[in-house]
Ligand binder design. Structure first.
Ligand SMILES: C[S@@+](CC[C@H](N)C(=O)[O-])C[C@H]1O[C@@H](n2cnc3c(N)ncnc32)[C@H](O)[C@@H]1O
Length: 243
């Protein structure tokens, strides 16, 4: 009997001790990361963002090279800002005015501009916002199409970008066509413009001339001083009027 009471007392003491040792454990706290850990995390995030941007950039540029490699168009090179200004800025080549090359629009209608290979849509935006054109782009690179659409807003004219080959773009309604090609497609482009454009339509070609006789003589040549670091290396814009 004495043994029984003693063993019960021991069991009780052990339980109290165990319970006490559990409650006595220091509370678990989440320590704030040290400054060094925070710096490492920020560095890792920055590396991930830069790597992501580089990979995306390479994908976009790689996609843009495909038509050039297949001989169907130029790779993506943005028209230099100085040339955009020479086209659509005050007194630009494609601004309305007494000495303008532009045909007279029908009453109540904007002139229609088409950019064949419209890239990131910068020319479309300038055409609608600065000069009131109704502007349509044809672009083969889906990333550039998405970018151009995301940046388009309703300006004085309207602006749309089709994800479609420039070779399938209808030109019979266009008043102005912009091209920025490569030497190997200028012959085929000249034939398309000659066959589809209405008389009086204006074509402006960045960098490269159309083959002689495709549309008639150059009606205006604009020399633009592009910066040396510009990807758009040539300084010339060539304007033609369909006879
Ligand atoms: C030299 S960039 C000009 C971009 C823009 N027009 C500008 O001046 O800033 C030529 C563009 O044509 C596009 N392109 C090339 N081949 C094409 C094709 N067959 N159909 C539609 N777009 C094409 C390229 O992806 C590129 O964006």
């Amino acid at each position: 009997m004495v043994v029984g009471v003693e063993s019960q007392r021991r069991v009780l003491l052990i339980s109290i001790h165990t319970a006490h040792s559990h409650t006595a454990a220091p509370p678990r706290t989440t320590r704030a990361p040290s400054k060094r850990q925070a710096n490492i995390a920020t560095g890792n995030a920055a590396i991930a963002i830069v790597s992501g941007a580089l990979i995306l950039g390479n994908v976009v540029m790689g996609t843009s090279l495909v038509p050039a490699l297949l001989g169907r168009g130029a790779p993506f090179v943005k028209t230099a800002a100085a040339k955009v200004h020479a086209l659509f800025g005050d007194k630009g080549l494609l601004r309305a005015g007494p000495t303008s090359l532009l045909p007279t629009p029908e009453p109540g209608r904007s002139l229609r501009l088409v950019d064949l290979g419209s890239g990131d849509g910068a020319l479309l935006r300038a055409a609608t916002r600065s000069a009131g054109f109704s502007a349509t782009g044809y672009e083969i690179n889906p990333f550039l199409v998405a970018y151009a659409r995301a940046r388009s807003t309703s300006g004085p004219g309207s602006e749309q970008t089709h994800w479609r080959s420039l070779w399938d773009a209808p030109l019979n309604e266009a008043d102005v066509v912009l091209i920025y090609g490569t030497p190997h497609i200028m012959g085929r482009l000249g034939a398309k413009l000659r066959d589809e454009l209405r008389p009086g339509a204006i074509v402006v070609s960045n960098c490269y001339k159309l083959p002689e006789g495709a549309l008639g003589p150059i009606v205006k040549r604009v020399f633009v001083d592009t910066p040396r670091w510009s990807a758009d290396v040539s300084s010339n814009l060539f304007a033609y009027r369909k006879a």
